[in-house]
Design a protein around this ligand. Structure first.
Ligand SMILES: *Cc1c(COP(=O)(O)O)cnc(C)c1O
Length: 388
């Protein structure tokens, strides 16, 4: 096993994904559809395998952001609905999307015209969902564009307006006023369509955070990614589900030396050993997603303060605010600056470790390289052998 896996791999526990699916299903009513969001390689878990596993467990609607992600799922044998969140702006690609029965989003009058044009040439049925911008400021039709877009689509017998949806800007915030405002705008758009005699069957606006916090916003379908992958969205939540994280990034110790008290570790000598210690090299660095964080603008003053305080605590080497790796069930600190492809770990002198020992490393799932070997564990009860 060691040879084939090399010294870096990812373990994905399918039983954990099944557990998360069941936990989610507990709070979905029977008439609400689950759309499993598998964008960004299923948040790093491997989109093809995860989709196949979910489809064997009864999920029949998937969503991704880009066309290449959708085609990847088709190529992995997924014949269920696959919806795209982003527009396809190239005619040839749009043809391929329709030929491969991808459900499209209409995000602007531009997409609308292109879909209309390509669909007229193909005469293949295509399902579309109207994306309404209610305040995220990303993709979406404006209120006044919705009815003209529908009118154009209705004249095309191959286009089925299956859904209408929006995406929330502050789903995880403790203040619900903006979310409520967005929801009101969405419902208003739907009402206006209905007044025009246009009834769209699948209305959806809930991602994981909305799903947890606003049950009345489940409507006809919920779009869930984060919870399936065993995590709660960022923000403060009551945690009603018993989620299990399916993802473990594993590596091995490739060097182990005993260094004396006072030795420096790493570039710029940012750490100095306080005691004699065993120092290990693990072949995982920021190139693999270790210690990388999304460096977006802070959401507010409190967010900014939290970031500053965390940096200060990290600077003071407070254990909880620095990365650590797990070996034989125990955590040990990463010391010094993480290198591009390596990191140093300190073990006290008495700890029994050796070269080749397995190490669990806290990398950012979505940054883990796509071509890294992913080992799927569990799930045997429902998943037969896959040859691909
Ligand atoms: C990513 C995404 C989701 C899923 O969000 P989670 O918080 O991961 O559940 C839903 N809808 C859209 C449009 C998305 O981009």
């Amino acid at each position: 096993m060691q040879g084939s896996l090399g010294d870096k791999w990812i373990e994905i526990n399918l039983d954990a994904i099944q557990n998360n699916l069941e936990e989610i299903k507990k709070i979905i009513s029977d008439d609400v559809k689950l759309i499993a969001v598998l964008k960004a390689n299923a948040y790093g878990h491997g989109a093809g395998e995860v989709a196949r596993f979910l489809s064997k467990n009864g999920v029949d609607f998937f969503a991704v952001t880009f066309l290449n992600e959708a085609l990847e799922l088709r190529n992995a044998g997924i014949s269920e609905n696959i919806m795209l969140f982003s527009p396809v702006i190239d005619e040839e690609q749009l043809k391929e999307a329709i030929e491969r029965r991808i459900t499209l989003s209409i995000t602007s009058p531009y997409d609308n015209k292109l879909i209309e044009k390509v669909s007229r040439q193909l005469h293949i049925p295509v399902n579309v969902h109207l994306k309404v911008d209610t305040g995220l400021g990303r993709f979406g039709l404006k209120q006044e564009e919705i009815i003209p877009v529908c009118r154009l689509l209705q004249e095309n017998p191959d286009v089925c307006i299956e859904g209408i949806y929006t995406h929330m800007a502050e789903a995880a915030s403790t203040n619900s006023s903006y979310t409520n405002k967005q929801f009101d705008r969405f419902m208003k758009a739907i009402n206006e369509l209905e007044k025009e005699g246009i009834k769209i069957p699948v209305r959806h606006c809930a991602n994981s955070a909305i799903f947890l916090k606003y049950p009345h916003m489940h409507l006809d379908a919920v779009r869930i990614g984060t919870l399936l992958t065993g995590q709660y969205p960022v923000g403060s939540f009551s945690q009603p589900l018993n989620l299990i994280d399916p993802f473990k990034f594993k590596s091995r110790i490739i060097s182990l030396r005993t260094l004396e008290r006072g030795c420096y570790l790493g570039y710029y000598r940012t750490y100095r050993l306080k005691n004699k210690a065993q120092v290990a090299v693990v072949p995982v660095g920021y190139n693999d997603g270790l210690v990388l964080e999304v460096a977006n603008k802070p959401a507010g003053l409190i967010d900014l303060l939290k970031i500053i305080i965390k940096k200060i605590l990290s600077y003071c080497n407070i254990f909880r605010f620095n990365p650590s790796v797990k070996v034989n069930g125990k955590n040990y600190p990463v010391r010094g600056k993480v290198f591009m492809q390596m990191a140093l770990v300190e073990f006290p002198p008495g700890v029994e470790v050796k070269i080749g020992d397995e190490v669990e490393v806290p990398v950012r799932k979505t940054l883990a390289a796509k071509d890294l070997k992913r080992l799927y564990l569990g799930g045997e009860k429902t998943l037969p052998e896959i040859d691909c």
